[in-house]
Design a protein around this ligand. Structure first.
Ligand code: ADP
Ligand code: MG
Length: 428
């Protein structure tokens, strides 16, 4: 029999790889945003049209690429992020497979412009379905712009799999949330069909959560913080009373990378056990920072499923950290939040001298002794309401007659109910 095995041409191999890396426009968004972050950008713009089907563009102000690198970046297994296998155990970047650009360029019309700090002019490169259409010199700002048009133009099956523009836009927004939350110090903006969706200046995690999910989120958040020898846990959980019917705001970040972990999710649910109604879901934004050597990000092409070395310990730490924070929040909410001065006690107890209340006792008082009627002037008898007026005699002398009449009336009115009350026990 004749030999029948052949090596697949690069563009076919790239298309096959693309099937794993690019499921939908949101996958392209993720890869391009991650590349921009790896390039040390401090400001990243995302522009999409028609749910990303016609256009996805990411513009960054990162380190850019030389013209040779610009060309090379579209080759499969072309990466600047690792050199040898051991580097996989000490990853500080989002990418390392060198697959994304090759895959995307195999199934779309791609235009890239890029310039490094050192070079005066940059490179403009055009690729369609893995074929380089043109490369030229261009005057550009420092950084990179990647434009991906007509995704799946040569893969009808991929195109048919896509949902409506709105659904694809929602997936893109989810991806944008994940990346923006994992990197609050980077400023992001997001435009859809010409109008802006988000404009997020550089900030910290709490404010980034508020920037994305709205001002009302602020009061829902409880901070979590724990540092052990295997993991540093930080971030925020939402107070139990804000648990929702739908799963929504649930985020795990491992070394600033959004990850999915049903196992650790279970630990969070365990900590909320008994505090939320059945059928509701707690919100959380949890950052886990571990030694890169103890985490394997390599197990899934989109790198959202990771494997921790010591997952059981992590589970236990996470659960107890959340329980602790929830407990603290229940006992003393002021410990966890910025203090509101309006709720503080308006006077200072510390500087006040303590005075012992004094009690005076009438040693001659005998409840069984009959009192003479003359003594009742200052302590009126219930059988006669006349005597009480004499209590105010001294006061009336100091004011005019007209005023006195009014005051007298007011005094009678205001004091009468108390006198009646005071008499009651004696009536019984
Ligand atoms: P990976 O990110 O896994 O290395 P990619 O295919 O995503 O693979 O990118 C290939 C290479 O292109 C990267 O390693 C990087 O050197 C370069 N690159 C891609 N995007 C950018 C960017 N926005 N800025 C600077 N360099 C980039
Ligand atoms: Mg990449």
């Amino acid at each position: 029999m004749a030999d029948i095995i052949r090596l697949l041409p690069d563009h076919v191999a790239n298309q096959i790889a693309a099937g794993e890396v690019v499921q939908r426009p949101a996958s392209v968004v993720k890869e391009l945003l991650e590349n921009a972050i790896d390039a040390q950008s401090t400001d990243i713009k995302l522009i999409v049209k028609d749910g990303g089907k016609t256009l996805i563009q990411v513009v960054d102000n990162g380190i850019g690429m030389s013209d040779t690198d610009a060309r090379l970046s579209f080759e499969r297994h072309a990466t600047s992020k690792i050199q040898k296998a051991e580097d996989l155990f000490n990853l500080h970047t989002k990418g390392f497979r060198g697959e994304a650009l090759a895959s995307i360029a195999a199934i779309a019309h791609v235009e890239m412009t890029t310039r490094t700090e050192e070079e005066e002019v940059g490179t403009h490169i055009k690729i369609e379905g893995s074929r380089v259409i043109g490369q030229e010199v261009a005057v550009l700002p420092k950084g990179t712009s990647m434009m991906v048009k007509n995704l799946f133009f040569n893969i009808p099956a991929g195109r048919n799999f896509l949902k409506s523009d709105q659904v694809e836009f929602r997936h893109i927004t989810d991806e944008f949330h994940r990346v923006a939350l994992a990197h609050p110090q980077i400023s992001f903006s997001f435009y859809n069909n010409g109008s802006d969706v988000f404009n997020l200046p550089s900030t910290d995690l709490k404010k980034r959560i508020v920037q994305i999910f709205g001002r009302k989120t602020n009061e829902k958040l409880v901070p979590i913080n724990e540092e052990t020898n295997v993991v540093k846990i930080s971030g925020y959980i939402q107070k139990p009373e804000f648990a929702k019917k739908s799963r929504g705001e649930q985020f795990f970040f491992a070394n600033s990378r959004f990850i999915k972990s049903p196992y650790l999710h279970h630990a969070v649910l365990g900590a909320f056990d008994g505090l939320i109604k059945p059928g509701t879901h707690p919100g959380y934004f949890i950052c886990l920072d571990v030694d890169p050597a103890t985490i394997d990000i390599n197990i899934h092409p989109t790198k959202t499923e990771v494997k921790f070395d010591d997952e059981h310990t992590l589970y236990a730490y996470l659960k107890s950290t959340i329980k602790h924070s929830l407990g603290q929040f229940n006992v003393a909410p002021s410990l966890d939040f910025d203090k509101d001065q309006n709720l503080e006690t308006p006077y200072n107890f510390k500087d006040k001298a303590i005075s012992v209340p004094s009690i005076t006792v009438d040693a001659d008082f005998n409840p069984f002794k009959k009192v003479s009627s003359t003594k009742t002037a200052s302590y009126p008898k219930h059988s006669s309401a006349k005597g009480w007026e004499s209590m105010y005699e001294g006061l009336e002398r100091k004011i005019s007659h007209k005023e006195a009449d009014v005051r007298k009336w007011n005094l009678k009115e205001s004091i009468a109910p108390f006198l009646i009350l005071a008499w009651k026990p004696k009536i019984r």
